[in-house]
Design a binder for this molecule. Structure first.
Ligand code: F6P
Length: 325
C-alpha cells in the first residue's frame, strides 16, 4: 500500500531515547512526503482522538531530552476490543494509513492486537527493563544502566570510607536484565534478581566472606521485582543483627533511572530504529517490531514478539560471582 499519512505514539513507561525515535520517524517520513501525526499520551490519546500534526521544526531540540514530548500513559482500556475499536475509528476518521508504536512489552502486545484487527502497525522496541523479545538492547536501557552504575560508584566511595555494606535497588519490573548488567558493570559483590533470588542469610555470608577477603565495602544490587526486595533484605538484617553482626544501608533508585537524558548509544539506536520503522512501512511491511540485534536493525513479527519471553543469560550470574572475588 502506498503511504500518505502516518501516526506515531509512545506508550507505557517512558524511556530515554523515545524523543530521538520520535524525531527520526517524523523526519524520515517527511522526507518521503508523508504527513505525520503525533498521538498524545499513548493509547489513551488514541482512544480520545488526540492527534497533533508534526513537522520538522516540531521535533527540533528534543534529541537530547529524556522522557517523551508526546506524553505517555498506561491505558488498560486499550486491552479491551471496544477500546481498540474506538482507536480504529479515530484512525480511519483522520485518514491515517499506518501507526508506529514506541514502547515495551505491554505496548507491543496492544500493538499486536491492533495489527491483528487489520490495521497496519509497526513497533519500535523501547523499555528500560530490556525484557522485550526481538531486541537486544531496547531503547533506554543504556541510559538507565548508566544512571544505576553512577549511583553504585558513589555508594562504593562512601561505603569504602565507612567499611559499610550498601544495597542498591534498581528498576526492571519482573526481570533482572538491568540489575544484572548494572551489577557486572558496577562490580557488585552480590546481584539479586527475580531469575536468581538469593536468600538474606546467603547474602550476609557472601558479604562477610568479602570482608574477610579484605574488601572495604560491599555492594548488593537488587532488582525491584525480587521476592525479597531491598527493603525486605535490610529488614532481615536488622531483625537478625545479633547473628549477622552488621546492618546494611539501602538506596532505592526507582524512577530516577528512567528520567535521565539519553546517552549517545540510546540516541543512536533510537534514531536507527525510527528510520527503519518508516522504511519498513515504505517496503510494505507491517505487523512487525523493529529492534536491534548484534549492532544491526532487525524486524520480528509482532505475533512472535507477543508470544515469546526474552531469556536472560544465566551464565552472567555465574560470571558476576566469579568477578566479585
Ligand atoms: O517498565 C518500565 C518501568 O520503569 C519498570 O521498571 C517499573 O517497574 C515500572 O515501569 C514502573 O511503572 P510506573 O511508572 O507506572 O510506576
Amino acid at each position: 500500500m502506498s503511504m500518505k499519512r502516518i501516526a506515531l505514539l509512545t506508550s507505557g513507561g517512558d524511556a530515554p531515547g523515545m524523543n530521538a525515535a520520535i524525531r527520526a520517524v517524523t523526519r524520515r517520513a517527511l522526507d518521503r512526503d508523508w504527513e505525520v501525526f503525533g498521538v498524545e499520551r499513548g493509547y489513551q490519546g488514541l482512544m480520545q482522538s488526540s492527534f497533533i500534526p508534526l513537522n520538522a521544526r516540531d521535533v527540533g531540540g528534543i534529541i537530547q531530552l529524556g522522557g517523551t514530548v508526546l506524553g505517555s500513559a498506561r491505558a488498560p482500556e486499550f486491552a479491551t476490543e471496544a477500546g481498540r475499536r474506538t482507536a480504529l475509528h479515530h484512525l480511519a476518521k483522520r485518514g491515517i494509513d499506518a501507526l508506529i508504536v514506541i514502547g515495551g512489552n505491554g505496548s507491543q502486545a496492544g500493538n499486536h492486537a491492533l495489527s491483528s484487527m487489520g490495521f497496519p502497525t509497526v513497533g519500535i522496541a523501547s523499555t528500560i527493563d530490556n525484557d522485550l523479545y526481538g531486541s537486544e538492547p531496547t531503547i533506554g536501557v543504556d541510559t538507565a544502566l548508566n544512571v544505576t552504575i553512577e549511583s553504585i560508584d558513589r555508594l562504593r566511595t562512601t561505603g569504602s570510607s565507612h567499611h559499610r555494606a550498601h544495597l542498591v535497588q534498581t528498576m526492571g519490573r519482573d526481570h533482572g536484565f538491568l540489575a544484572l548488567m548494572a551489577g557486572i558493570a558496577g562490580g557488585a559483590e552480590v546481584v539479586v534478581i527475580p531469575e536468581a533470588e538469593v536468600e538474606p542469610d546467603e547474602i550476609a555470608s557472601r558479604l562477610r566472606a568479602a570482608y574477610l577477603r579484605g574488601k572495604t565495602h560491599s555492594i548488593v544490587v537488587v532488582s525491584e521485582g525480587c521476592k525479597n526486595n531491598a527493603q525486605a533484605i535490610a529488614h532481615h538484617f536488622e531483625q537478625h543483627e545479633d547473628e549477622i553482626g552488621f546492618v546494611v544501608r539501602v538506596t532505592i533508585l526507582g524512577h530516577v533511572v528512567r528520567g535521565a537524558a539519553p546517552t549517545a548509544r540510546d540516541r543512536l539506536i533510537a534514531t536507527r530504529m525510527g528510520v527503519a520503522a518508516v522504511d519498513a512501512l515504505a517496503d510494505g511491511q507491517h505487523g512487525i517490531l523493529v529492534g536491534y540485534e548484534g549492532d544491526e536493525i532487525c524486524r520480528t513479527p509482532l505475533e512472535i514478539v507477543a508470544s515469546n519471553q526474552k531469556k536472560l543469560n544465566l551464565d552472567w550470574i555465574q560470571l558476576a560471582r566469579i568477578l566479585a572475588q
